[in-house]
Design a protein around this ligand. Structure first.
Ligand code: HEM
Length: 444
């Protein structure tokens, strides 16, 4: 991929492209320096990027909300730039695990733990520094002798197709590292130090672990008001789609309202050796939004994404600004089947809210972000939940195949946003507590 001319596009757009490009070239471009230095990657301190202290980082890897900012309504403001790094353990490490070579595995574990602490020393645990999680797929735990049942006390099945409309590929790479920051250089420099051979990040030496992992995939994305509008030239959305300036989603709205999100407590594993961890599901969703923007009007878009009541009562505003911190999709006057029968339309959020806990608590903490990977619009749908079964339950409610049948409307039902969203890949992970985040045993 080519970077745009830095003099002809806004800095934010240029940096978004640099993150998508990645590597030393992406980092150098972001820093505005050449790519021809002796030492690949950036070793010097980055201007204005705060250093951190591993001692002050919380035990829960997913404890991000306390250090993230809030908007004026109290919603958590997610970091802008995101990278998902998928890796397999190297052949040597795989052989050591397979042979039960405890010495070699312990050495690898210690080195990776050191490298992660080095990164925390290099970057403040914040949106200006860096937030990250390290997750492990079921395939990783199966490498350990006799652990086909997965990590102790955790529901971590292999990914499967979850609807009759999809035929996804499955992500089976051992490790998934999610890096997030408002500072694009921070994401890139940390990634280069962990996986690219740079020997330092933000001026802090980083233990070399490049021999432990083989890269499998790299996905990127961004979340911020106006970013989708700036990237209407990607495929999957009309070039002139009237995406509001403030909207962080290609569909033209905002998501992640506090009232529709699980708390970090709700998604935390409470028992067993991995207590303090969480599970993670990542689906790679492609969106095809030409009809969304060319054939639907604002009223229909609100009805399909939120609910027909939201559309009729004009609750949402242009891009979600009227919703405050709570879209109140769970306390609509009638149930979804009634809506389907009477309106012929059921809203996406309205449907998904049917899977809330009995006391009305949302079970998923969604940390999804839009993407133009492959020059196509999409969404990396990353969610945290206590157990993968929680995700499956919510996804079934979101799919809502019961609604068409039970309402009698059948295939004529406008079933949320299903017709615009295509599941390309799925993967499940355990995000262990920090103590066990480095190459954990299945029953540490
Ligand atoms: C392109 C894909 C998607 C878009 C643009 C999208 C957008 C939205 C929006 C705008 C909301 C309303 C408010 C809020 O976020 O707080 C919402 C809610 C929600 N969505 Fe999605 N979503 C997408 C895919 C999914 C998928 C695949 C799931 C699968 C489980 C899902 C689950 C949920 C849940 C659980 C809620 C909150 C329901 C509640 O209030 O309890 N979404 N989504």
């Amino acid at each position: 991929m080519n970077l745009p001319d830095p003099d002809s596009v806004p800095r934010r757009e240029f940096c978004k492209a640099a993150v998508a490009l990645g590597g030393t070239a992406g980092l150098s471009a972001c820093l505005g320096v050449g790519d021809d230095r002796d030492n690949p990657g950036e070793t010097a301190a980055l201007s204005g990027v705060p250093a951190g202290d591993p001692e002050s980082v919380p035990e829960r890897q997913h404890a991000w909300n306390d250090v993230l900012e809030r908007d004026e309504s109290g919603n958590v403001v997610a970091p802008t730039h995101h990278v998902l790094r998928y890796c397999s353990v190297s052949d040597d490490l795989a052989a050591a695990i397979d042979d039960g070579d405890a010495g070699a595995v312990d050495d690898a574990r210690e080195r990776f733990a050191d490298a992660l602490s080095d990164i925390e020393r290099g970057f403040e645990w914040s949106n200006e520094g860096l937030l990250f999680t390290v997750g492990y797929a079921p395939a990783y735990f199966e490498r350990f002798d006799g652990r086909s049942e997965g990590p102790a006390g955790v529901d971590l099945p292999e990914p499967t197709a979850l609807t009759s409309m999809e035929d996804p590929g499955f992500d089976t790479a051992d490790v998934l590292v999610h890096l997030a920051s408002d500072t694009p250089e921070a994401v890139l420099a940390a990634e280069e130090a962990l996986f690219g051979g740079a020997d330092a990040a933000n001026g802090e030496p980083v233990t070399d672990v490049t021999d432990l992992f083989d890269p499998v995939d790299r996905r990127t994305g961004f979340l911020g008001p106006g970013l989708p509008r700036e990237h209407r030239d990607a495929q999957g959305v009309p070039d002139d789609a009237p995406i509001p300036e403030e909207a962080p989603l290609f569909m033209g709205f905002k998501n992640g309202f506090a009232g529709s999100q699980a708390t970090e407590d709700r998604v935390t594993i409470t028992d067993g050796p991995f207590a303090g961890g969480t599970t993670e599901h990542v689906s790679k969703l492609q969106t095809q939004l030409n009809a969304w923007w060319n054939q639907e009007n604002h009223h229909q878009r609100v009805a399909k994404l939120f609910s027909p009541t939201h559309a009729a009562e004009e609750r949402v505003g242009e891009w979600g600004e009227k919703l405050g911190s709570n879209p109140a999709v769970a306390d609509l006057p009638e149930d979804a089947i009634e809506f389907a029968r009477e309106e012929g339309v059921v809203g996406h959020a309205q449907k998904a809210a049917r899977a809330r806990d009995e006391d009305g608590t949302p079970p998923l903490l969604r940390r999804d972000f839009p993407t133009t990977d492959g020059d196509h619009t999409g969404l990396h749908f990353l969610t945290l939940q206590e157990s993968i079964a929680d995700f499956v339950r919510v996804r079934e409610a979101m799919t809502g195949s019961d609604l068409a049948d039970e309402s009698g409307v059948g295939s004529r039902l406008n079933n949320g946003i299903l017709q615009y969203v295509f599941v390309r890949r799925r993967g499940n992970y355990l995000v262990p507590p920090r103590t066990h985040r480095s190459l954990p045993e299945p029953d540490p």
